[in-house]
Design a protein around this ligand. Sequence first.
Ligand SMILES: [Fe+2]
Length: 243
Amino acid sequence: MTTRLPSTGAPDRSAPATTCRSDEVVVIHRLFRRLFAEAPRLVRRVGHGEIERARHLSKHLHGITALLHVHHRTEDDYFWDRMTERAPACGLHVELMRRQHGLVSDRLDVVDAIVDRWARDADAGTATRLAAELDEVDRLLTQHLADEERDAFPVLDAILSDAEWDDIHRHARRHRPPLPIFVLLGLMLESVPEAERDAWFEKEMPAPIRLAYRTVGRRQYERAVRRLRADRGVAPGAVPATA
Ligand SMILES: [Fe+2]
């Protein structure tokens, strides 16, 4: 367990350990793990020539690749230089993180290019190539997220202040989400373990968003995933009971 720092000044070694701020990023990592594990399966379910389904799924695929690009760029902008300066002994880990981000980014670019080709004609051969590339993204990402959570996050929890973590979250929220906001929220809820879902929703979402999700957003999300996962029963993340 690492120690959370006060918002300003030098590390206070006497400060009590509370939660680690990197836990908030781990929730987002869970979302990425699910999205990229699912993506190749979704592509393989689309038949040769099913252009409308391919086009619809293509929008989702572009959305998740854009989302991952933004997430990694934020980490690149806020984590690695500070880790290099404040924890110079961790240089090899920083190097590994930068290299893994580069590898994932290159693969995402390949995926985006194939998605565009596939959306035009839903060709079976292109789908096979696309699914294989998505498998590779999933493999690289699974490895990277595990390495990052093990080798980088404990260090970042120790060297970044609360104010810096808040700034990172503010920066991340400034980007317009590349997926419809309530669809994204529903997918986030899916990726939070059921036992923690109510508490997460209550803590992370302001009351107006919770209300809007219950009244409008949840139906949008359910419709979207029903269409996306057209050939299997949808079990969307349960909506928390309280608002
Ligand atoms: Fe990362």
